[in-house]
Design a protein around this ligand. Structure first.
Ligand code: SF4
Length: 331
């Protein structure tokens, strides 16, 4: 592993100032992905700024009724928190579908959003990868790509984003809270991660030195029927081949609003806007769910080995929509 400097920060301001003064720095919280990548030589920061002691480990209700989860809240604590379990069960389910119990005890909210693709070519310094080393090519495109993207990919990169949590946050219309030396800003989670285009090395819209200080869960999606479903090669500790988070508002068998996001299909959580439009104001029926999913997935461009994901995603989503439409309203 390349030698690095270690700095511990005790406030957000101290952390962002330390980053600004040291180009090539990385924030360290749980380290469950970053440290692995450092050992592999994929990440080579000059300085690690430890933000795990910052006062960002609370889950709290804000005066406007939204819920704020701090950037260093551990994944297991977020999944178990009563405010999350009662108001946003889809988030709790998605978190519990990710990684292992040991990893969830260490991984943080901010780190989960910033985790990098598990594309095996990205993790292997001996293979070409435009994400790790721009301009070297994409080993996966003509290689092993069963797990890779079917939506929104580019000739430069076909990787998927690995987070389950981010898929639920995208469906919930959550916001990411960022702090940099120029102050605070928020971004919708659905716009935080990028599609690869011609710059696959850039996973997100985060600016250099910005720190994720929390995520905001809006009152509008609190208490609505919601669910997360994940298909994977084994029952635990595996990334999604396809997953779906759905938040559904149905009244008298008519869809008032559906919020749907897919995981395992794209370089970012894929918000199914086309399907949501098709469903809004229509019957909550099997035929409508299937037609909406067919409309959404018409944009899919599967590769040689992953065409199965189109049908898998369609069936997962239709099954969850059917289940939620049949669920009694939340009191
Ligand atoms: Fe690299 Fe993306 Fe190609 Fe994987 S899919 S080898 S991450 S460029």
């Amino acid at each position: 592993m390349k030698p690095f400097r270690y700095v511990r920060a005790y406030s957000v301001e101290e952390a962002t100032a330390a980053h600004a003064g040291r180009p090539g720095s990385c924030y360290l919280a749980g380290g469950t992905n970053l440290v692995d990548l450092m050992k592999l030589g994929v990440e080579r920061p000059g300085t690690l700024i430890d933000v795990s002691r910052l006062p960002l480990d609370a889950v709290e209700e804000l005066p406007d009724g939204s819920v704020r989860a701090g950037g260093t809240v551990r994944n297991s604590d977020l999944a178990a928190h009563p405010l999350v379990r009662e108001r946003y069960p889809v988030l709790s389910r998605a978190l519990l579908a990710g990684a292992s119990g040991q990893l969830r005890n260490v991984a943080t909210t901010g780190g989960n959003l910033l985790q990098r693709t598990r594309c095996p070519y990205f993790q292997d310094l001996g293979k070409p990868c435009n994400k790790r080393e721009p301009g070297t090519g994409c080993g996966a495109r003509d290689g092993v790509h069963r797990d890779h993207a079917i939506l929104g990919h580019s000739p430069q990169c076909i990787a998927t984003h690995p987070s389950d949590m981010a898929v639920a946050l995208a469906a919930l219309d959550a916001q990411v809270e960022l702090h940099g030396v120029r102050g605070r800003r928020t971004l919708p989670v659905a716009e935080f991660h990028r599609l690869p285009g011609g710059r696959p090395e850039q996973d997100t819209e985060i600016a250099p030195g910005e720190l994720i200080t929390g995520v905001l869960l809006p009152p509008a999606t609190a208490g609505l029927p919601s669910a997360y479903r994940k298909a994977r090669d084994r029952a635990s500790y595996a990334f999604a081949l396809a997953s779906v988070a759905v938040v559904l508002d149905v009244e008298d068998s008519v869809v008032r609003q559906a919020r749907i996001a897919f995981g395992g299909l794209a370089h970012r959580p894929w918000r199914a806007r086309r399907a949501e439009e098709e469903l809004r104001g229509g019957a909550a029926s099997d035929q409508a769910f299937e037609a909406a999913m067919d409309a959404e997935l018409a944009a899919a461009e599967p590769l040689h080995d992953n065409a199965f994901k189109v049908r898998l995603a369609r069936d997962l989503a239709c099954d969850v929509l059917r289940h939620l439409a049949d669920s009694p309203p939340v009191a």
